[in-house]
Each structure stands twice: as structure tokens, then as C-alpha cells.
Design a protein around this ligand. Structure first.
Ligand code: ACO
Length: 433
């Protein structure tokens, strides 16, 4: 049994069988996520990879989690690992009493614990045109142009196998002081990864304030479990008074929580040189907007957070927050990730294609969850001769969830597999309405 199987089994209800897809995109070199004011002499290499987890039961997918990892290498040593939790989503088609919070915590702690060197063994580099001098960011590049270059960098990569001496001389050392950072942005939406799932009346969507508490509790537990006692834990709710934010921290177990962010900026620092640009991140979109408006060199960190709340994405009265942790992991926390617990497609294109079997489906009815499961299992079998990872739950649960009650005859009675199976060379697709 692999480590992740063992960890998840304790978070899933006793005797019930689940299946897990753990996809990881090929790590590739990417641009620094924070814009540098001056070119420093020591060049940092930043390696990025995406984890995509999907949980299934009764031949239906029901949960997905998207996490990005950025590993920074400086002077031949790993100095930082940043874990960015991008999206968690459910579709409401789970027939069992599963604590999604517990599931999310286990997966997050698992990713936090993966040894940073795991990401550095097979790295895809940026393709040559992007390394072209005219597109490079130097100390002469204006902020406006630099951000535009970052924004427009195409994602086409070419396979790059580092020469052996590079692999062993550059990418096998970890600084004893390497830091681990975790960051996420909480905003409730009817759906993120399961399109049309908001139309499923059984889907449970936490409203903004409860989602914030939910994530706080997940991260708080992860701090206690994985970080040493000196870690900084921060929360920022754009536009909210410190006293109000403090109230959210009352129930946290870790004493390290404070109002603020982990980006180490002073109030008067320019936001553009302090805040990271992460995938699909509203902070990053606002930074780009500042550049377009020619205000990038005028907006300081304090003004940034105040102005951010006026943005469309923050305006609708829902509580949104930016949560972060910065520190060192407890000794012996890091572990290597084993091949049998990850499906690693050889290219970003293939990774996206497999992910699309989940995210490209429509989940307004249960059929979407069945189709996604059938497509993904067929594809893995045919292309990789692999199956999803089976997990037998071991947790005795006390929770009773109302959505266990079947509203249609399909609940608790999955369609026979043969009834769903088309030709194995074809992708099942429901006729569009
Ligand atoms: N009816 C009533 N209460 C329910 C139901 C239901 N059907 N399902 C769960 N609950 C209760 C649980 O009992 C639990 O209550 P407790 O805290 O008192 O124990 C609480 O809701 C949370 O239950 P979980 O199983 O932990 O989580 P949930 O099923 O709500 O899933 C999730 C959480 C994934 C955020 C879900 O709300 C969702 O899919 N939201 C839509 C997408 C979204 O907004 N994602 C977050 C984006 S932010 C980010 O990912 C960084």
C-alpha cells in the first residue's frame, strides 16, 4: 500500500471503497513569481509543477483539488518550496458520508511533505524563443514591459533533459534553512472544477465566511502537523478591520497566527515588487491592471489591499481572504513521492488532456460524474496500463449527511459498468442538450 493510500484511508468512511487519481504535470522551469526590482547577481531557477487529485466512488468522480508547487533553486541549492492551493471543488454526487475537509487536509499535508528534490529530477525548460535576449527581463526593463513579458510568455515547452553533471551538481542539494511556504486565496463560487455542478441541488457550497473558517481549520491543522513552532501564519481579508479578522483566529490551535500576509513587505513597499503572480489569482489580475493603468510604481502594499476590495471579484459582499504560512517543516517530514502513487504524463499537453476528462465534463446530472470516471479509467488503462488507486476507508464516522437520501433511483445503485462502456477507443460523450 502506498503512503497516500494509507493516509487517505484514515480520512474516508470505514469499509467503503474509493478510488484516487493523482496526476502530476511535468515540472518545468518558469519565471520568478515575484517581479524583482533589480537584477540580482545570484540567478534563481524556479521550477513549477501541478498536482491534480480526483476522488471517485461508486464509479463516479465527486471531488477534485488543484495544487501548484514552485521550487526555488539558488546557487545550486533548493532554498524554497511554495505550495499554492488553487481550487477545491465537489459536484455533490458522492453517495457516502465523506468529510471533504479531512480529505483536503490529508492531501494538502501530503503535498507539503513531498521532498522538493522530487520536482527537480526531470525538468522541462522554457523553450528557446522565451530565452531570447529581447524577451528577457533585465534591470533596464521597465516595470510595465516586464509584467507584460511575464503575462505573455507562452506556455509551449520543449522536453529538456539536464545533462548528468547538471542534475547531480545543481539539483540535488537542499539548503539546511530551506523554507516551505503555503498560500491560498479563499473565495466561494458555485463551481470551479466541475462545470454545471452548481445545478445539482445536492451539491453543498460553503458560503464565503464559512469557507474561510473551513480553510483556516485545514491550514491550522497542517501547521500543527507539519511546520515547526516558528512558522509564521498569516491571514488577510481585503478591506476588513484587523479586529474583525482577529475574531476568525480565535479558534485556531496554532499560536502563530497574525493578521497580514507572508510576502514580507513593509507597508510602504510597492505591491508590484512584493506580491506573487500565481495562476488564476485575482491579486495577480489586479497587479496586471495596475500596470495597464500606469500605476504600478505608485501603489504601495497598504493601498493595494484597500483597493483590492473594490475589484469586481471582491465586491459582491462575499468574504474572501488570502491565507499563508511561511516557515520550516518539522524534522523528517519530507518524503520522496513514489511512482506508484502518481501518474506523471510526459508532457504538459498530455497532462491537460487527462485533466480535461474531469474538468471538460458537464455535471448538471449524475451522468457527467459517471462519464468522467469511465473516460478516465479507460484512458489510463489503454494509454498507461494503469488503474486508479483503490482506497478502503477505515474511519468510523459519526456524521449524518442529509444528501445520503436518494432522490433518484440511481443513487447507491451505480449503473452496471458494461451499460456505460462504449468502444474502448472512443470517449463517451453525452449528447448536448
Ligand atoms: N447539507 C448540509 N450540510 C452539509 C452538507 C449538506 N449536503 N454537506 C456537508 N455539510 C456540512 C458538513 O457537515 C460540515 O459541517 P461541520 O463543519 O459542522 O462539520 C460542513 O458542511 C463542511 O463539510 P465538508 O464535507 O468538510 O465540506 P463540503 O462538502 O462543504 O465541501 C467545498 C467543501 C469543497 C469547499 C464545497 O463547499 C464546494 O464544493 N464549494 C464550491 C467550490 C468552492 O467554493 N471551492 C472553494 C474555493 S477556494 C479554494 O479552493 C482555495
Amino acid at each position: 500500500m502506498c503512503l497516500l493510500q494509507e493516509l487517505l484511508s484514515h480520512a474516508l468512511p470505514d469499509t467503503i471503497e474509493f478510488e484516487l487519481l493523482h496526476l502530476q504535470s511535468p515540472p518545468r522551469e518558469t519565471h520568478p513569481i515575484v517581479l524583482k526590482r533589480h537584477q540580482t547577481t545570484a540567478v534563481n531557477n524556479v521550477i513549477k509543477s501541478q498536482h491534480f487529485f480526483v476522488l471517485c466512488s461508486n464509479k463516479k468522480v465527486f471531488y477534485a483539488l488543484e495544487i501548484y508547487v514552485y521550487v526555488t533553486v539558488k546557487l545550486s541549492e533548493v532554498v524554497d518550496k511554495l505550495v499554492f492551493v488553487s481550487k477545491a471543488d465537489t459536484n455533490g454526487y458522492c453517495d457516502h458520508n465523506v468529510s471533504i475537509k479531512e480529505l483536503t487536509r490529508v492531501l494538502l499535508e501530503y503535498v507539503l511533505s513531498i521532498d522538493p528534490l522530487h520536482y527537480l529530477s526531470k525538468v522541462l525548460k522554457l523553450s528557446k524563443p522565451q530565452r531570447d535576449y529581447t524577451k528577457a527581463i533585465t534591470q533596464h526593463t521597465t516595470t510595465r514591459r516586464a509584467l507584460r513579458i511575464l503575462k505573455n510568455r507562452v506556455s509551449i515547452c520543449q522536453r529538456y533533459t539536464p545533462p548528468t553533471e547538471l542534475l547531480f551538481s545543481r539539483f540535488d542539494r537542499i539548503s539546511p534553512q530551506w523554507s516551505c511556504r503555503l498560500c491560498l486565496f479563499t473565495r466561494s463560487e458555485p463551481q470551479y472544477l466541475f462545470s454545471e455542478s452548481s445545478q445539482n441541488p445536492k451539491k453543498h457550497v460553503l458560503p464565503g465566511n464559512l469557507l474561510l473558517k473551513w480553510w483556516l481549520s485545514v491550514v491550522d491543522q497542517a501547521i500543527t502537523d507539519k511546520f515547526d513552532s516558528f512558522a509564521h501564519a498569516r491571514i488577510q481579508i481585503p478591506g476588513e478591520e484587523t479586529s474583525v479578522i482577529d475574531k476568525y483566529l480565535r479558534n485556531c490551535k496554532s499560536p502563530n497566527w497574525e493578521v497580514g500576509d507572508i510576502f514580507n513587505g513593509e507597508r510602504e513597499d510597492l505591491a508590484i515588487f512584493r506580491l506573487p503572480v500565481l495562476p488564476d489569482d485575482p491579486k495577480g489580475r489586479f497587479l496586471e491592471q495596475l500596470v495597464d493603468e500606469g500605476r504600478a510604481k505608485k501603489v504601495h502594499l497598504t493601498d493595494f489591499w484597500t483597493e483590492l476590495q473594490i475589484q469586481q471579484e471582491f465586491r459582491l459582499g462575499a468574504t474572501v481572504s488570502v491565507i499563508g504560512v511561511d516557515g520550516n517543516l518539522k524534522p523528517f517530514t519530507s518524503h520522496p513521492a513514489r511512482d506508484n502513487e502518481i501518474i506523471s504524463p510526459g508532457s504538459k499537453k498530455l497532462f491537460n488532456m487527462i485533466k480535461c476528462y474531469i474538468t471538460g465534463e458537464e455535471y448538471d446530472t449524475e451522468e457527467g460524474a459517471f462519464d468522467a470516471y469511465a473516460n478516465i479509467t479507460d484512458f489510463l488503462r489503454l494509454r498507461f496500463n494503469r488503474t486508479l488507486t483503490c482506497i478502503q476507508g477505515k474511519k468510523i464516522s459519526k456524521r449524518v449527511v442529509s444528501n445520503l437520501l436518494p432522490s433518484s433511483g440511481l443513487n447507491n445503485q451505480p449503473l452496471p459498468f458494461e451499460a456505460q462502456t462504449l468502444s474502448t477507443t472512443l470517449v463517451r460523450k453525452r449528447p448536448k442538450k
